[in-house]
Design a protein around this ligand. Structure first.
Ligand code: GLN
Length: 486
């Protein structure tokens, strides 16, 4: 049995008919990790085989009471896990072991899933390549000389390398969708407020969402089902009923509704040639079944600037807590001034990218600049939302490439920060306006994966999954595990 490539929804069926298989599955995935992890480096922390097998045996006794019995889930290292180190890929939290579980982790455990380990990421989720991690960069399983994207690069790489069946990421400006696109996996950023942020270590709270990552669209639906829903511990959590995503997806799949699709044409045009080619081919498929129309991207030159102003402003405030007293590195106070201690903790604890963003964030919030930058960005955010509200009255789905570039080589993008920030233009829109967005693998160019991004009006995740299913079935990019590494 090829346990490595099986989607979760099929594993669950198998385990229900023969629970003893859970142990075989856990063993095979663990063997695979031991083989490929030294090359990929997707994880910061991996739990021991013994611990996992023990849990697997306990779950196997009672498979019918769980939604995801025994399924191995890789969790981004900014999501709090009780008793398991949670570092945010930062020296600041290198030895932090949370005393509590994030809501999404509680829900995974209740569903019988096994928390496999904690995945590498950009430090505090600030970046697009997983290279700002304070520990090591993660490699793209499709080409080890390239990055897997970021900031949830470890989660995406673990999936593409066959080291996990499901994964959780977080997405503030594309951190789920970008690595999904770069690794030929599926990723969904839910509507703001659909998934609880309780226990997610904050980057920019008005933009952050936790979301599912997987190797097929059905698994995305299954994992979203488990983590979505109201949580009184998150003040921005939406008190809405969560649909049965898999059932709804199957219903749509049989009804075959025709969708009205808007194409963000100028975002296609500014994309790299390889991305454009693969995207146009996928779009042709879609447009033969659905109604497609090109639309303008308004204020194209302001989108990235507005995102980074808001994100950095909120980051500077959220990260103020790491002062060495309440949170963060511990150091001696003996005979030293407060400013000395504070400076030491924050210089040693934070990497360059994080310090830069805190400084810029504090600047745009400071007296005299607040109106010119921060408040203006907020007004812009409002305008952008109004424009898309209008679009969502006329269209069911808005598409573009997920990333305008192919996965870059290690070192290539981090050394060119402006280019790195600009590459977020397609993904940050959904965070600024709070709508859901999915990245779907649509092909390869010179062996490098390309993703299509689809956005919809808030709480319409089902339509995104339906589009994902349609592309998955017509193009066949499901359950892919890279053969580059063995
Ligand atoms: N690349 C974007 C940033 O650095 C998005 C990161 C994210 O979504 N966490 O802010």
């Amino acid at each position: 049995m090829d346990w490595i490539r099986q989607p979760a929804y099929r594993l669950v069926e198998l385990f229900r008919s023969d629970p003893s298989k859970i142990v075989d599955y856990v063993d095979s995935v663990y063997d695979r990790i031991q083989r490929v992890e030294p090359l990929v480096k997707a994880f910061i922390t991996i739990r021991s085989r013994e611990e996992l097998l023990e849990e697997a045996q306990r779950i196997a006794k009672n498979v019918d009471s769980y939604v995801l019995p025994g399924i191995l889930v890789a969790v981004k290292d900014n999501i709090s896990t009780r008793g398991i180190r949670t570092t945010c890929a930062s020296r600041m939290l290198e030895n932090y072991v949370p005393p509590y579980d994030a809501t999404v982790i509680e829900r995974l455990k209740r569903a019988g899933a096994l928390i496999l380990g904690k995945t590498n990421m950009d430090e505090f989720a600030m970046g697009s390549t997983t290279e700002t991690s304070a520990f090591f960069p993660t490699k793209n399983p499709w080409d080890l000389s390239r990055v897997p994207g970021g900031s949830s690069g470890g989660s995406a790489a673990a999936l593409a390398a066959g080291e996990a069946t499901l994964a959780l990421g977080s997405d503030t400006g594309g951190s789920i969708r970008n690595p999904a696109a770069f690794t030929a996996t599926y990723g969904l950023k839910p509507t703001y407020g659909l998934v609880s942020r309780f226990g997610l270590i904050a980057y920019a709270s008005s933009l952050d969402q936790i979301g599912p990552m997987a190797r097929c669209v059905e698994d995305l639906a299954l994992l979203l089902q488990v983590i979505a829903g109201f949580d009184p511990r998150d003040a921005t959590s939406l008190p809405v009923a969560v649909p049965n995503y898999l059932e709804e997806l199957n219903r749509l799949w049989h009804e075959e509704p025709r969708l009205r699709i808007a194409v963000l044409r100028s975002l296609v045009e500014v994309s790299e040639e390889g991305v454009r080619k693969v995207f146009e081919d996928a779009l042709n498929k879609l447009c033969s079944r659905h109604e497609c129309e090109d639309v303008e991207v308004p204020y194209r030159d302001q989108i990235v600037a507005a995102y980074y102003i808001v994100a950095m402003a909120e980051a500077s405030s959220n990260l103020a807590r790491y002062d060495g007293v309440r949170y963060g590195l511990k150091t001696s106070f003996e005979g030293r001034s407060w400013i000395d201690v504070y400076t030491e903790v924050r210089t040693k604890g934070f990497g360059y990218e994080v310090r830069k963003r805190i400084a810029l964030g504090a600047f745009v919030l400071s007296a005299g600049y607040r109106d010119a930058y921060y408040l203006k960005a907020l007004r812009f955010r409002r305008l952008l939302k109004e424009y898309f509200d209008g679009l969502y009255k006329r269209f069911d789905i808005v598409v573009s490439p997920t990333m305008p570039i192919l996965p870059p080589r290690l070192g290539e993008l981090v050394s060119d920060p402006l280019r790195m920030y600009m590459a977020d233009i397609n993904t940050v829109i959904a965070n600024l306006i709070g709508c859901p967005a999915i990245s779907i693998p649509i092909g390869f160019y010179n062996g490098l994966p390309v993703g299509l991004q689809a956005m919809s009006k808030p709480l319409n995740e089902v339509t995104l999954l339906y589009l994902g299913k349609e592309l998955q079935e017509s193009l066949g990019y499901a359950n892919l595990v890279s053969e580059v590494i063995r």
